[in-house]
Design a protein around this ligand. Structure first.
Ligand code: EPU
Length: 420
């Protein structure tokens, strides 16, 4: 297992371009299973462990996938599918593998999907997905840890989510594009990655309206055709580099993303004292000498993303004053707080709220990455910690960040990867 060894404090400054978004690429790759003729080309696919997992899943069900990592180009031919099962071995590595349920059910009339694994973020059920497919006419049962869904074909209908669900919305879009009747999704998630997925499907011939708003209408079509699609930039990776610069007193330009996708994050960083400007595909940030405190609540898009909560918490550990962070998306997403304390941070957690009193400096220690985003937050905290720190289990970080160590090093960090 790899670990990162970091010698702090470091300043993060310079220019960096982000890759394509993991959380857009994963559903788009899964969605290519719906196209039953020809080869689709997906560009700007980031070279990540989670991408390898979804590729294995597609190959398992019979699709041909060719991925040129260097060029970031993936070609998918799903003309002949041979399997309707998504096995536990692949599902346990990544929860997003559940995204093949919609495409397999729509295309093959049945799907047998192992209940998911992946990042442990408290209770992360899939009941919304299942309830929605049942409303669309699927017969669903559970057998030995597998969800078994059957429908020939899905009929469409009126679907709602109790809370906006990111992958839930994407899965239902897949079920809806070739259903018998129109589908209306109420309280849909509005994330930019879902807009990207809908763009991909609409290019392939789907008729999806209202995406990016909580009400999505899908007019069914008979068939989809192969497409050439470029995945949008990763707002979460971009946000990570911006926060890294903000907390280390640096100046950065992060390109390859739409600044609008980070509106709330940029507002919060401005409140904390950063000078921020943006142009079409880039954000420029100049940090103050010391960040000010913040009050922040995570919320479904366009709210502050839960995926950047750990990075922001790392930042306020060394900000002046007392900060309050409330997590409303997941019920157990403060696993990084215990590790931050090992570095000398003053964090107290009470239910869904963290109170952080900024300290003058953190001290190097060994910490463990509990999931992708918490791992990134810990890496940022170690950048400002004095002397030597180690972040263990960085395979979690590698699931969502392409060579975070090398990229931070190119921006001035003293960080290297070692075998643990
Ligand atoms: N929820 C349910 N039942 C469901 C589905 C969701 O109760 O069937 C609840 C969840 O427990 C949570 C809320 O609804 O409280 C929202 O969860 P959502 O379904 O939106 O999460 P997700 O689709 O499983 C995606 C991202 C996560 C990101 C969340 C929130 C992908 C592949 N994953 O997960 O990203 O944190 O949305 O924005 O898009 C990551 O990239 O590291 C990551 C964890």
């Amino acid at each position: 297992m790899d670990k990162f060894v970091i010698q702090g404090p470091c300043k993060i400054s310079g220019k960096i371009k982000t890759d394509g978004s993991k959380n857009a690429a994963l559903p788009i790759i899964a969605g290519a299973l719906l196209i039953d003729k020809g080869e689709s080309t997906i560009r700007n696919v980031p070279p990540l462990r989670d991408i390898d997992t979804i590729v294995k899943m597609l190959q398992y069900v019979g699709a041909k996938v060719d991925y040129d990592q260097k060029a970031r180009v993936m070609r998918i031919n799903a003309s002949k599918l041979t399997e309707t099962t998504a096995p536990y071995e692949l599902m346990r590595q990544m929860r997003a593998s559940f995204l093949v349920l919609g495409p397999l059910l729509a295309r093959m009339g049945e799907a047998r999907i192992s209940l998911p694994g992946g990042c442990s973020l408290g209770a992360r059920p899939v009941d919304y997905h299942i309830k929605a497919f049942a409303s669309m006419g699927a017969k669903i049962s559970e057998e030995a840890g597998y969800v078994v869904a059957k429908a020939k074909p899905l009929k469409g209908g009126a679907i709602y989510f109790d809370k906006p669900s990111h992958t839930g919305t994407e899965n239902i879009l897949y079920g809806a594009v070739m259903a018998k009747e129109k589908t209306i999704i109420t309280n849909a998630a509005c994330d930019p990655e879902i807009v990207d997925v809908a763009d991909f499907l609409n290019k392939a011939g789907a008729k999806i309206h209202g995406v990016g708003t909580p009400r999505i209408v899908v007019e069914p079509v008979k068939k989809l055709k192969p497409v050439d699609h470029t995945v949008s930039g990763d707002r979460l990776v971009a946000g990570t580099y911006l926060i890294a610069a903000a907390m280390t007193g640096g100046t950065v330009e992060v390109s390859g993303i739409d600044p609008e996708h980070l509106t709330l994050v940029l507002h919060k960083l401005t409140e904390m004292g950063c000078e921020i400007s943006s142009r079409k595909n880039a954000v420029m940030l100049k940090a103050p000498k010391r960040l000010g405190p913040v009050h922040m609540t995570t919320f479904p898009y366009p709210g502050f993303p839960t995926d950047l909560q750990a990075c922001l918490m790392a930042a306020v550990c060394v900000a002046s004053g007392t900060s309050h962070i409330k997590e409303t998306v997941f019920n157990d997403r403060f696993s990084h707080s215990m590790e931050l304390r090992r570095l000398g941070a003053e964090v107290t957690i009470s239910s869904d709220e963290a109170v952080i009193t900024g300290v003058d400096h953190l001290e190097g220690a060994s910490v463990m990455a509990p999931d992708i985003r918490a791992g990134a937050g810990l890496v940022l905290a170690c950048l400002v910690a004095r002397k030597r720190s180690e972040v263990l289990r960085v395979y979690h970080v590698d699931r969502g960040y392409d060579r975070l160590d090398e990229k931070l090093a190119s921006l001035g960090a003293d960080i290297r990867r070692e075998k643990d």
